[in-house]
Structure formats: C-alpha cells, structure tokens
Design a protein. Structure first.
Length: 428
C-alpha cells in the first residue's frame, strides 16, 4: 500500500469505527461526582467553532493540538502582518507607512490591557515572555545571599536567568514543588527565608497544565513583604483571569501561544503602584517622555519606559489583530469551551486502563493543557514523531519521556482528541 493511502486510512477513518467497547464507555460525557454538572455535549461542534476553524487554514491540514508550544494564527492575523510588513519593508519612513506602523503598535497596548484585565499604563510590549521576566529580574537591587523562589516545573525562560543571577550577583534560588496534589502555597512558603526577595513561578505549568492558586499565593507573599512574578506564557488565552484580580505584582506573557498571535510578541504587566518601584535596566530611545543633552531624563509615566529602540511593529499589529479576533468570538465562549474539552478529555484518559492522566481535573486547577502518561516502555518522543508523520496529529513530547502534552484550545474538536486517543492506543 502506498504511504499516502495508508495516511488517508489512518487519519480519516471515523474514530467510532475503531473504538473498543471499553473505549466507548470511556468517552461517556457524564461528569464525575463533584464536577460541574452543566456541561453540554462537547462531541458536537457548535457552529461558531466550525466558523473559526474556517478562518484557521491549519485546521484543514493537521489536528493542531500543540498550542502550548506555538499557537496557529487565523487568516486575518496573517493578512494584517503581511500588510504591515509591506509598509515596514517597502518604505518605512514614508509618512503614511510610518504612521500605520506606529498606530499598529499603539493599538496593541489597550487591547492587551482589556483582554487581560489590566490598565493600559501597566502594559509593556515585549518580544517574548523571557524578555518580560528579565525586565523584572534585572530591576531588583540584588545583594549577595538574596533568594528567589522558583517552582520545580519552570521553563528555561526563568531557570536560566536565575542561574545567571547566581553567577552575577550570588543570588540563590530555591525550588518549590507544584506537583499535582501539592499544596502550592504551603510548598512555596516552606522555601521562604528572611532573604527571599521574589517568587517567580508559572501561573499554568507547562508540564502538567496545573493552574496555581495565584491570588492566595500573592496575598501570602505580600503579608511577608515578598513580590510575586508570574510567568503567564501558558495562561494568557488559556484560562480566564484578570490581572487586576490576581494580586500578582508582575505578569509576563506571550502573544504566540494561546493568544494566537505572531512569534516575537509578548507583554509584561506591572502593577501600577509598582511602576516607580521597578527600576529600568535596559533602555534607550522611546523609553523617555523627555530627555536632553545635559543629562535630564524623564521616563514615560507607564510601561513604555521599558520599551526602547526600533521594533518590529508589524508583529504588534498582528498581536492586536489576534486579540481583536478573540474578543469578537467572545472570551466566555472561548474559556468555557476549553474547560469543557479538557474536562472531558481528562475523564477519558483517567478512566483508561492503558494511559494515566498527568494533569489536574478539578475546575480550579484544570487548563487547556491535558497531559497523558503513556504505558511503561513507550517513548513520548517516538509516539510524537509517528503521530506527526503518519497521522497529521501535532502534540508535544515533554521532559518526562512517557508524558505527552495535548493542548486543547477552543478551535479543537472532540473528534481530533478521539482520533488522537485511538492512534495512541494503536502505538502503545
Ligand atoms: C511557562 C513558559 N514560560 C516561558 C516560555 C518561553 O516563552 P518565550 O519564548 O515567549 O520567552 C514558555 C514556552 O514554552 C513556557 O511554556
């Protein structure tokens, strides 16, 4: 049989035809006792989901279950970036182009603020989550022996700058466990010492999808005079929250994952009352409200003081367009759908005899990241490769060689998840 025919058979055969009776039981839609009982059937795709998929060409090519790595953008974001890139490359100093590019960047800040429940003054546009994290980490007046607390599940985006702080300033880092079933606040507080200056931790774990109790953590830390920096790379656009409600001091996020914007877009949110208490480290043209040749400098009164130099404005135009699109779909619809899909998917995996669920199921801790643990002897990396090459299903392998991360965003369908589970059953 030709490989193309094989592909066709694998990817397109209806899932129900391949289900064992026990699998059919596993896909039951009944929520477990104690779970939300208002779940409507995720198995039927609502019209609005079909419509948004129509605007996302990648959904016709693959089952895209990898938003936690990089989110796919809808056509209108691609078009907006193309249009602005043309201005940027063709004649960026031509007044009409310069104006369009500047407006595209300026439009982005209020949209970020509105989407994330922050004030516009609190927004700094950055290029990736790591940049936002570094702005905060380098704003502190570190003394040798000071301490920073991280979790045991952080991305190199936070780990590597912390190693650097150790080598540059002798700032020690400690790691608090946020493993499933761990009491996160107690676990972090156990690491607190009189030298703790900052806790820097993911709002949603990239390894387990767990949402940490940010509000409780912020208030426990504030009562001890410690600031909280949240890495929201996996949270923004994945779970419902408002920055002004979290109590976190700093929040770094990117546009290129769950917000479906272009790579090279991000934002740092700094609580308004901390702006003046957050010294600027990297700066240059455009950070200032005014300056002169004699040493006078006045920062912008808002988050723009951390922005400097010539920037890829076309990308921020794309980020803004992605946010506009998400708003037009409706945040309630988006977050409800993610919650429903991840609950149902988690239940299917949890009731499986072959696979384990390595992500939380409760409403307060669940996100669109669902982690499936493969049986002993299976390799996540190998299965990931087979899924991508033979089935056109894109997921992500994780550091734990038996764990696979499934990202369920609002545009994904139940059928995609079912097909994935069927292929996993075949490969493991
Ligand atoms: C939790 C977390 N933080 C930070 C990053 C890195 O983000 P960026 O490339 O935007 O700096 C990632 C990327 O996967 C992540 O999952």
């Amino acid at each position: 049989m030709k490989r193309r025919d094989l592909l066709k058979g694998l990817a397109i055969a209806p899932f129900s035809e391949r289900l064992r009776p026990d699998e059919q039981r596993q896909t039951s839609n009944t929520p477990p006792a104690g779970m939300r009982s208002d779940l409507s059937d995720v198995k039927t795709d609502p019209d609005w989901v079909l419509q948004v998929r129509g605007e996302m060409p990648v959904t016709r090519e693959v089952a895209y279950l990898q938003t936690a790595s990089f989110g796919p953008s809808p056509v209108r974001v691609v078009s907006r970036v193309r249009e602005l890139m043309e201005h940027q490359l063709k004649g960026p100093a031509v007044p009409v182009s310069a104006r369009q590019l500047q407006e595209a960047e300026d439009d982005c800040r209020p949209l970020v603020a509105r989407f994330l429940g922050a004030r516009q003054e609190e927004v700094t546009l950055a290029h990736n989550t790591t940049e936002g994290l570094n702005i905060v980490l380098w704003s502190m007046d570190w003394k040798p022996g000071d301490e920073i607390i991280l979790s045991n599940q952080e991305h190199p985006a936070l780990l590597i700058p912390s190693y650097n702080l150790l080598s540059r300033f002798k700032v020690n880092y400690r790691r608090a466990s946020i493993d499933l079933n761990e009491d996160v606040v107690a676990s972090v507080l156990k690491q607190v010492s009189p030298r703790t200056r900052l806790v820097a931790i993911s709002h949603v774990s990239r390894r387990s999808g767990r949402v940490i109790p940010a509000r409780e953590l912020a208030s426990a830390l504030h009562s001890r005079g410690i600031r909280l920096l949240l890495d929201g790379a996996q949270a923004a656009g994945n779970i419902r929250f408002r920055f002004d409600d979290l109590g976190a001091d700093y929040y770094s996020l990117c546009g290129h994952k769950w917000l479906l914007g272009p790579k090279g877009t991000a934002a740092l949110l700094i609580r308004k009352d901390l702006l003046e208490k957050t010294p600027v480290s990297y700066t240059g043209a455009h950070s200032q409200k005014s300056y002169d040749e004699e040493g006078h400098l006045e920062w912008h009164p808002d988050g723009r003081r951390f922005e400097y130099g010539t920037r890829a404005q076309f990308n921020f135009g794309g980020f803004a367009e992605a946010l506009r699109w998400l708003e037009s779909i409706g945040t309630d619809e988006i977050f409800d759908r993610i919650q429903r899909l991840s609950l149902q998917a988690g239940m299917v995996i949890r009731s499986s005899k072959k696979f384990e669920l390595a992500s939380p199921l409760s409403d307060s801790e669940r996100s669109g990241i669902v982690v499936v643990r493969l049986p002993a002897g299976s390799s996540g990396e190998e299965v990931f490769q087979k899924l991508a090459q033979l089935d056109r299903i894109v997921v992500s392998p994780l550091e734990d060689p038996r764990n696979l991360r499934i990202s369920l965003h609002f545009f994904n369908t139940w059928k995609e998840f079912e097909t994935l589970m069927s292929r996993l059953d075949h490969y493991c």
